[in-house]
Design a protein around this ligand. Structure first.
Ligand code: ADP
Ligand code: MG
Length: 429
């Protein structure tokens, strides 16, 4: 096992863009079990996995009670876990297999764990805080092929795999139904928000826990909806239309930690309160359902102070509208329209929401110039990944064009993944 990176990249020749292959569940379970045994000197109680995700459209909408449309990636984070009799948690990751981090759940408070261990420890802490006092300590080992910090939700893959493993070994019984999984999702969100200090709106954890193979998850983030009301599975069969979905991780240095995400959230909350509504979704529905949505949007924006706020709100409202339009276009086989919606989403994120960086814009422009139906950034932005919808057999060529464009500009070498709508979190061994 590599000690420098957990990625499973294949590089054909110098200059070729590497593709990150997904591990099979058998490979993932074997590697992870080995790491567990090597670290703790005994076998785990089992191995579980949770996927990263790619959001097709609906960006920065989850914390506005909006709509989004993720698929689960075949790239997963594996957790081998064994419960302990005491409250100690020990965790190791194949990113640095010689370093075991530990924390005691007893007396632990919000933000009480530093480093990546905050994610898995935070899940156990959140479940205990939610009243599941039977959750004790555990030993765990992680093996993953989800790129870290690339906007593909390695953090949710880690928290959701942990939540599912704990649910299973402590017999909570939430993991076996979609409705039950909401409890585990909430623990994963709490772990990210309150233990790791990473603000998250719920898209990632719902995707990792609720997606199904061959489908995109149409997720409605309005508070108070039942499990049944909050999602619908939308067929996302790329083969049927002779398509491929390319993901390119720009490997641009991530800048989310400078408070930009929090600033965007705060701007949306301020705008909602100026408009006298609980969240921007209320306004989005009014505008998008109006007889003349453009005029209705203009009227709303007129009542807001400040040109920047107006652009932020315009992104959220139009983006929520685009999610439904994309679902309809894809279902009707109108791939040209689906591609246009990808493009409109990216342009809105670039110009109105201002969360792109040059690497994201160049990758998108290059994909479009090389025959993609459409391309957009995916994830929170400020670095991370882009997606492009191409004809089957063309995505490698498009990926290489992006790598060439990056090389010409002196950007980091990007890397690529082939995305297929895959399964949510499950037990693998
Ligand atoms: P993303 O979720 O888009 O990959 P985040 O910044 O939300 O990006 O989460 C990345 C962080 O999650 C990493 O910096 C690390 O702390 C933690 N993490 C995720 N997966 C792993 C892993 N396999 N091993 C160790 N830490 C991980
Ligand atoms: Mg994350």
């Amino acid at each position: 096992m590599s000690t420098t990176t957990q990625q499973h990249a294949t590089q054909d020749a110098a200059g070729d863009i590497p593709f990150i292959d997904a591990m099979s569940d058998t490979e993932g379970a074997t590697q992870d079990r080995n790491l567990f045994e090597q670290t703790y000197g005994e076998p785990p109680a089992g191995v579980w996995a949770a996927p990263g995700r790619v959001n097709l459209i609906g960006e920065h909408t989850d914390y506005n009670a909006g709509l989004c449309l993720p698929i689960a990636l075949p790239h997963r984070t594996y957790i081998a876990l064994k419960p302990r009799e005491d409250t100690l948690v020990r965790v190791v990751s194949d990113i640095s297999p010689d370093k075991v981090a530990s924390a005691d759940l007893n007396g632990l408070g919000a933000g009480g764990v530093n480093g990546w261990a905050a994610y898995p420890v935070g899940v156990a802490w959140a479940l205990r805080k939610a009243g599941f006092s039977q959750i004790n300590g555990f030993d765990a080992a992680f093996a993953s092929c989800v790129p870290l910090g690339s906007g593909l939700s390695s953090s949710a893959a880690m928290t959701c795999s942990t939540a599912l493993a704990l649910d299973d070994v402590y017999g909570l019984g939430f993991g076996t139904s979609d409705a039950g999984r909401i409890t585990l999702i909430n623990a994963a969100i709490t772990a990210e928000n309150d233990m790791a200090g990473a603000s998250t709106g719920g898209l990632d954890q719902n995707a990792s826990m609720r997606c199904t193979p061959g489908h995109a998850l149409l997720l409605d983030c309005r508070p108070g909806l039942s499990a049944l009301e909050s999602v619908s599975q939308q067929a996302f069969d790329l083969d049927r239309y002779g398509l491929e979905l390319l993901v390119v991780d720009t490997c641009a240095p991530h800048q989310l930690n400078d408070g930009q995400y929090a600033q965007r959230r705060a701007a949306c909350e301020r705008a909602a309160s100026q408009l006298g509504v609980e969240n921007l979704r209320v306004i989005a529905d009014q505008v998008n359902n109006a007889d003349n949505p453009d005029a209705a949007l203009a009227d709303v924006l007129d009542t807001l102070d400040g040109e920047v706020t107006q652009r932020r709100v315009r992104h959220v409202i139009t983006e929520i509208g685009r999610v439904r339009q994309f679902v309809d276009a894809f279902a009707a086989g109108d791939i040209k329209r689906a591609g246009e919606l990808f493009n409109a989403s990216h342009d809105s994120l670039r110009d109105d929401y201002e969360v792109t960086v040059p690497e994201l814009d160049i990758a998108v422009d290059t994909a479009r110039a090389n025959g993609a139906y459409g391309a957009r950034m995916t994830g929170g932005g400020f670095g991370g990944s882009v997606i492009a919808l191409t004809d089957k057999g063309r995505s490698r060529e498009v990926a290489q064009k992006i790598a060439d464009a990056f090389a010409a500009r002196g950007f980091h070498q990007p890397r690529a993944l082939a995305a297929l709508a895959s399964a949510s979190a499950h037990r693998v061994a």
